[in-house]
Structure formats: structure tokens, C-alpha cells
Ligand binder design. Structure first.
Ligand code: C5P
Length: 223
């Protein structure tokens, strides 16, 4: 199974002044913790990191243990472009791929394997959790327009897994049609292609703000 890690964001919401994946969490960088989990998953045998060229040395140096076994791919201006670059760099024989945000450094290796296994029976899968808050759709003036039924609401996470041919096709069509999305499953939805939900864990947070880092400290597994 092939695995791509988009890691080319600017991390502006974290206000760290550097790629947030370089931030320290219990003595190691966030990208180190992500890679540690990925390489602990038994289903994964090829890993690519998609990052900005200026961050290459810093990111690889901050996770030295894995620097020689990961494949480096230059990222794009948006997450969508970064993933597209990653897809182009997969080995020719790659049939299935999991895409996982570098900022979800608490991912459990068993959940990675579960996503990989579910791809035997599905063309697309994503990890997600049931939403516990009541969600409001709000207009531009800040007034509530609608309250969707919570029973049908799930919060999307990564990994998101796909048959490579299908995902490449979806990305190419998105370029043609000028679709801009924040995750890969959205492209499948726009094309009316089925995506299977796999129930994940609430601890698989995407580190976005300083508060997330405090939460991550509670969950990170030191050797
Ligand atoms: O911006 P957001 O937090 O949704 O980004 C999710 C992931 O996509 C992050 O791991 C980030 O590094 C990555 N990303 C990327 N290329 C970009 C923007 C974001 O690989 N141009």
C-alpha cells in the first residue's frame, strides 16, 4: 500500500513562523510522530512526503530515522495541488493509496491498516467521527440559516484511501472544471462516486492551533 503525506502548508493559523510540522511535541517534531505511526502500520510499504522545497532539509532532519526511506515530493500552492503532485510521483505500479495530512500526528497505526484493508472492497474510504455538537449553517451576516440533522453529520479526517487510477481521474477532472476542495473525498462526491466511511477516533485531531498542541501532549505515545 502506498501512502502520501501532504505537508506543504504554511501553518499560518498556528502562528509558529515556520511549517507547523516542525513544531516540537514531547521532544520530537510533529512530522516525526506522523511518520512513526505510518511506519508502524503493517500494510504500508511506500511513503511519500509532499512538502515545500524550502522545508525539505528541515523536515527530513527533524525525522532523521525515516529520512532515507521516505520519498520527497515538492508541494503546490494548495493542498489539492500538493496531492496532485504526489499522485504524479507514485510508482507506475501503485494501485491503491492512502492520503494522510501530516498534521494528524496522533493517527493510530491500526486505523491506517483498517483503511488499507477496507480498500479491498471499496474504491474510496475515509476515516470520520460522529459529530457531537449541533451544527449550524450560517449566512454572511452571521445569522443561522439551517440546522442539519446531526444523525447524518460526520467530521471527515484522514487517512482517506482510493484506487489510484480513480483518484488521478478525479483530480484531472477537478482541474478541468476548476473545482477547489479541502479533501480528496470531496472530489469523489462531486462526481457521484461512492466513498465509504470508517469510524475513527476523536484523538486523531489535526494540529491547527496552539490548543491542539496541548491536547496532543496528552495522547502522544512516547517510547
Ligand atoms: O490547511 P489544512 O490544515 O487543511 O492542511 C491540511 C494538510 O495539507 C496539512 O498537513 C498541510 O501541510 C497540507 N497542505 C499541503 N499543501 C498546501 C497546503 C496544505 O500539503 N499547499
Amino acid at each position: 500500500m502506498h501512502f502520501l503525506i501532504p505537508a506543504a502548508g504554511s501553518g499560518s493559523r498556528m502562528k509558529a513562523g515556520k511549517n507547523k510540522l516542525l513544531i516540537d511535541l514531547e521532544g520530537e517534531s510533529l512530522i516525526y510522530w506522523t511518520l512513526k505511526s505510518v511506519f508502524s502500520a503493517s500494510s504500508i510499504n511506500w511513503v511519500g512526503i509532499i512538502g515545500q522545497p524550502k522545508d525539505k532539509e528541515l523536515l527530513l532532519n527533524s525525522a532523521k530515522e525515516f529520512a532515507d526511506i521516505v520519498h520527497w515530493i515538492n508541494g503546490g500552492e494548495t493542498r489539492q495541488q500538493s496531492v496532485f503532485n504526489g499522485l504524479k510521483e507514485l510508482p507506475k505500479d501503485a494501485e491503491k493509496v492512502l492520503i494522510h495530512d501530516g498534521a494528524r500526528c496522533l493517527i493510530n497505526p491500526e486505523l491506517i491498516d483498517q483503511c488499507a484493508k477496507q480498500l479491498d472492497e471499496n474504491t474510496a474510504v475515509i476515516l470520520a467521527t460522529k459529530v457531537t455538537d449541533t451544527i449550524k449553517i450560517v449566512d454572511n451576516e452571521g445569522f443561522i440559516k439551517e440546522t442539519p440533522d446531526r444523525n447524518y453529520l460526520w467530521a471527515a479526517q484522514t487517512p482517506q484511501g482510493f484506487l489510484v487510477d480513480r483518484l488521478k481521474k478525479a483530480h484531472s477532472m477537478a482541474i478541468d472544471k476548476n473545482w477547489n476542495v479541502t479533501d480528496d473525498a470531496s472530489l469523489f462526491e462531486m462526481l457521484d462516486w461512492k466513498v465509504k466511511i470508517i469510524e475513527g477516533t476523536y484523538s486523531n485531531i489535526k494540529i491547527t492551533s496552539p490548543l491542539d498542541l496541548k491536547i496532543a501532549k496528552l495522547f502522544v505515545k512516547k517510547p
